[in-house]
Structure formats: structure tokens, C-alpha cells
Design a protein around this ligand. Structure first.
Ligand code: ACM
Length: 512
């Protein structure tokens, strides 16, 4: 281990000496590049042609590829495109002392001399946060973006709506947030009701700020509105779009797969299109997630109106309503120049042209789409679901399944089983569903350090990597997480107070 960089760069050549990075650094770069340097290093970037830090485009490098050269006199950063600059700067940050990680450079900091040449394995390196089951305050989203960026993730997938809450401000449909953003209580499978209303939503102004904050750190915010299932919160607000006879009084208070679905009549389709149009206005992302997971067809089967609707559309039965709806939404988004992504159920009836299939139930759910030439994101429950237990210790708080320890995440390979179509796998991402995750400290406990592992899976090539070597680097990297005040879980194995010898039964400081 030369430097404990994480994720592991493609090539690191140490050299003698140090460069001293000043909080008022002179920069030779475009104004846009200088802003990124200032924001990511927390320095004042002063323009100069004889500068201490130079940024240059080098079109022999990949889009997100960079070469970082540190000499005692200067730092030179070559980038394939500006998309690579945040990653070069994150590496530079990790070369400095731990206390700089996640904090502005306020005193001169030593950077060891070296040449690092690097580029990512995958163009899609994501993290999904479910802000529907539990709302995360806006400031925490900004904090999460900073944490993801520091690990070279480039996508934040925001799951903005589900049965238990609607979090996206719609100017056209205000009832969505007036009625759909708050549930009267939360039901835990063992502990019962908490007798406490839970709610919140993001204004469009906040979301635009999030997009801009993320963009300057190399992250695209990919929004999701999940239809036609997981729709209880929307249907509590606009019951006319539900299946007749199945009233939804308020957003769901318990969890699991609920049967409430959109009725998919013409008015309902107009409602969905309007909402996506508002979403496109706020989120410039090329990719828009349309959900589509876990859609029980029970209500459609039981409804005379749904059967008539299917017949009117020329479908053989209500079983074809979901694939029909997916095609309408895909066409709508593609006509607006965006690329839809759907959970793998949308391809249960066959690959969907023009849609990125997001495999979650298992990796092979995306194989038919990949073999049909489509792009796929491989993010199966086994390996990338961080709402699963991080260990099998009895002291872990309630999780949905598992365990999925850091090592399991590290040893996940997104292209396993895709050998014949590996180029169709655009990448991977972790998922953090929040049914039982009610605070940012709990979010951090479940994400870190497992997302350190997934970040490396997504960034670094598999050759030459090993769990043992990664563990050594992770131990050093953990000091950076500590310095940044991140409530990460300790590394593998028992927590320090569970290793015996002291007889302590305390839950300890990391259990939030
Ligand atoms: C999912 O986990 N229901 C996509």
C-alpha cells in the first residue's frame, strides 16, 4: 500500500518530496474549472498563468479519466473532459492528512509527490436513497452528496415517492404534498405504532439547489417517481386516479407490497405525464427513473372498469396494462430527449426498447434486456441492498434482510453472468430503502463502509484487487470517515465492545 487511496486508482507512482497546498492557491484553469477546484478543495482559487495548480484537457484520456502529477513546485491535473476534474480533486484530497477529508483546507497542507493515472471501470456508479419511507431533511441530502462524491460515485438516485409518502413538490398538483407527504403514524412489525405523524417534502427550489450542488461535485441526481404501483400516497391525494372501489384514505402507515395501483385511464395518464414533465423541468438528468417494481394486478383483475380499459386499448387482459403503461411513459420521456430507467419488473414481459433495465431481484433479470442490446444497471439485492443487516450480530438494529457484510459487497462483480454482453452493463449502485431507517446517522451507519466497497467495485478494475488488501486500505480510510464525522459502522467482525474481555453489554456509540 503506497497511499491508502479508496477507490483504488489504476496506477500510482510515488515520488520524493511534498507539495504544500495553500488555502489561497493560484490556479491556471478555465473559470468553470477554477470554481470546481475552489468548491472541492475548500480553497480560494486565484487565477494565474504561473500557477501552483494547473488543469488541462487531454483528449487521449477517457471521459472521466485523469492524470494527477504532484511535484514540490506544483500540481498538474490532466483530464479527459471536465467530468474527470472532481475525481482528480477527490484523489488529491485523500493524499492530504486525514483531517482534511470532508473539510475545507484552512491551513497549508502537505501533498506527497506522485503521479496517479486513473479512470473508472463503469460510467454508472450510483447510490439510491429512499426518501419516501422516511423523509431525510434537505441538509442531509447535501451531506450525502458530499460523501458519495468523496468515493467517486457519480449518480444519486432519489426515490421520491412511494406508498408511505410523496416528497416532490408539484405546482400543478398541490394535494400531493398537502395530503400525500404526511402519514398519521408508522407501524413497525414488532413494535407496533409510534403514534407519531411523519412527513416532509422538498420544494422545487431545494431540489434545483441539490442538482446544482451535486453537479459541481460530478454527481447527476436521477429522480424516480414510482408508478403504477407503490402509489398509495399519490392516490390518497388524488383518489380519482385509483381503481374504483379501493379507496386510500392517507399515505400508508405500514410497509410491504401494497395493492393500490393507478387506474391508467386517460385522465390518470395525463396526470402522470404532467408530473414527469414537472420532474424534467427540475432535474436536467439524462436519466429519469420510472419505477415499475412490485405491481400487484389484483385490483385491475377485480375491477370491471380496468377490464374495459384493457379491452378499449386492444389488450388481451388487464395483465398487459403495466407493459402498455411502461411503453407510454418510455415514449413520453424519449420524445423529450431523456432516457428512462425501470426496475427489472418492467421487462418481465420482454425487453423494453429505449429503457435502461435496473436489475434488483437478481442480476440475471437484466440478461434478456442486455442480450437484446439494451443498457443495464446491475444492482441485485444480494450484494447491493444496504438496508440489509451489515452483520449477523444480535445487537444490530432491525433490518429488512441479510446479512450483507462489507466483504459480500466487495466481492460482488456486476458483470458476472454477463460475459457475452459485458459492454451492456453500464454499472451498479447501492440501494438504501428506509422503512426502518429514520435518521441520517442511521443512513450513515448502514451505508459506510459498505459503500466504500461498492464504490471500489464500480470504479476500479477487478484485476489485482483483493479483500485482504482492500481491508488494509479501508482501515486507513476509516480514519478519514472519522475525521469527517461520518457515523460509519466499524469494519467487519464484532464491534469493539463485543470482542470480549470487558463484559460490557452496551449498544455502543455506533448504534443509532
Ligand atoms: C425494490 O426493491 N422493490 C426495487
Amino acid at each position: 500500500m503506497t497511499f491508502p487511496l479508496l477507490p483504488q486508482p489504476a496506477s500510482v507512482e510515488p515520488a520524493a518530496g511534498h507539495f504544500l497546498l495553500n488555502p489561497r492557491v493560484t490556479v491556471d484553469a478555465t473559470p468553470q474549472q477554477s470554481r470546481v477546484v475552489g468548491a472541492l478543495l475548500g480553497v480560494v482559487a486565484l487565477p494565474s498563468t504561473d500557477a501552483h495548480l494547473t488543469v488541462r484537457l487531454d483528449d487521449s484520456l477517457p471521459t472521466e479519466g485523469y492524470q494527477l502529477t504532484v511535484t514540490p513546485e506544483r500540481v498538474t491535473i490532466l483530464v479527459g473532459t471536465d467530468a474527470a476534474l472532481p475525481w482528480a480533486l477527490q484523489t488529491l484530497r485523500q493524499l492530504m492528512p486525514d483531517e482534511v477529508f470532508g473539510a475545507p483546507v484552512i491551513t497549508p497542507q502537505p501533498v506527497p509527490c506522485c503521479t496517479i493515472t486513473d479512470s473508472p471501470r463503469f460510467g454508472w456508479r450510483g447510490g439510491m436513497i429512499d426518501v419516501a419511507r422516511h423523509f431525510l431533511p434537505f441538509a442531509d441530502l447535501l451531506r450525502l452528496v458530499d460523501q458519495l462524491a468523496a468515493h467517486k460515485f457519480n449518480r444519486l438516485h432519489l426515490h421520491l415517492a412511494d406508498d408511505q409518502g410523496w416528497r416532490f413538490e408539484s405546482l400543478k398538483y398541490p394535494e400531493l404534498t398537502r395530503v400525500g407527504a404526511c402519514r398519521p403514524e408508522t407501524l413497525h412489525p414488532y413494535h407496533g405504532t409510534d403514534r407519531t405523524p411523519h412527513g416532509g417534502y422538498y420544494s422545487q427550489a431545494q431540489l434545483r439547489r441539490l442538482v446544482s450542488h451535486a453537479a459541481s461535485r460530478g454527481i447527476t441526481v436521477v429522480p424516480e417517481l414510482d408508478f403504477p404501483g407503490h402509489a398509495s400516497a399519490a392516490l390518497a391525494a388524488y383518489p380519482q386516479h385509483g381503481v374504483e372501489g379501493f379507496a386510500v384514505g392517507h399515505p400508508a402507515t405500514g410497509f410491504g407490497v401494497l395493492e393500490n395501483v393507478l387506474n391508467l385511464d386517460d385522465d390518470c395518464l395525463a396526470f402522470v405525464f404532467d408530473l414527469f414533465d414537472e420532474l424534467l423541468d427540475v432535474f436536467p438528468s439524462q436519466w429519469i427513473h420510472i419505477g415499475g417494481d412490485e405491481v400487484p394486478r389484483t385490483q385491475w383483475r377485480e375491477s370491471e372498469a380496468s377490464q374495459q380499459r384493457a379491452a378499449q386499448l386492444g389488450l388481451t387482459s388487464v395483465e398487459e396494462l403495466q407493459p402498455w403503461f411502461t411503453r407510454q411513459l418510455v415514449n413520453h420521456l424519449r420524445a423529450r430527449g431523456r432516457t428512462p430507467i425501470g426496475w427489472d419488473e418492467v421487462a418481465d414481459d420482454g425487453p423494453v426498447a429505449g429503457l435502461v433495465c435496473h436489475a434488483w431481484r437478481s442480476a440475471d433479470k437484466a440478461l434478456p434486456s442486455a442480450r437484446a442490446g439494451g443498457e443495464v444497471i446491475v444492482a441485485p439485492v444480494q450484494g447491493t441492498y444496504l438496508d440489509y443487516y451489515p452483520s449477523d450480530l444480535p445487537t444490530e438494529q432491525w433490518c429488512i434482510g441479510g446479512p450483507t457484510p462489507t466483504r459480500t459487497v466487495y466481492e460482488f462483480n456486476p458483470t458476472d453472468g454477463f460475459e457475452d454482453v459485458a459492454d451492456r452493463v453500464i454499472g451498479t449502485q447501492f440501494q438504501l430503502w428506509t422503512e426502518y431507517v429514520a435518521s441520517m446517522s442511521r443512513v450513515e451507519y448502514l451505508i459506510w463502509p459498505r459503500a466504500c466497497a461498492l464504490g471500489e467495485v464500480a470504479w476500479s478494475t477487478p484485476e489485482g484487487r483483493s479483500w485482504d488488501e482492500f481491508s488494509t486500505r479501508l482501515a486507513a480510510h476509516t480514519r478519514r470517515l472519522d475525521a469527517a464525522g461520518i457515523n460509519h459502522r466499524p469494519q467487519e467482525g464484532p464491534l469493539p465492545w463485543q470482542r470480549g474481555g470487558h463484559g460490557r453489554q452496551s449498544r455502543g456509540p455506533h448504534q443509532n
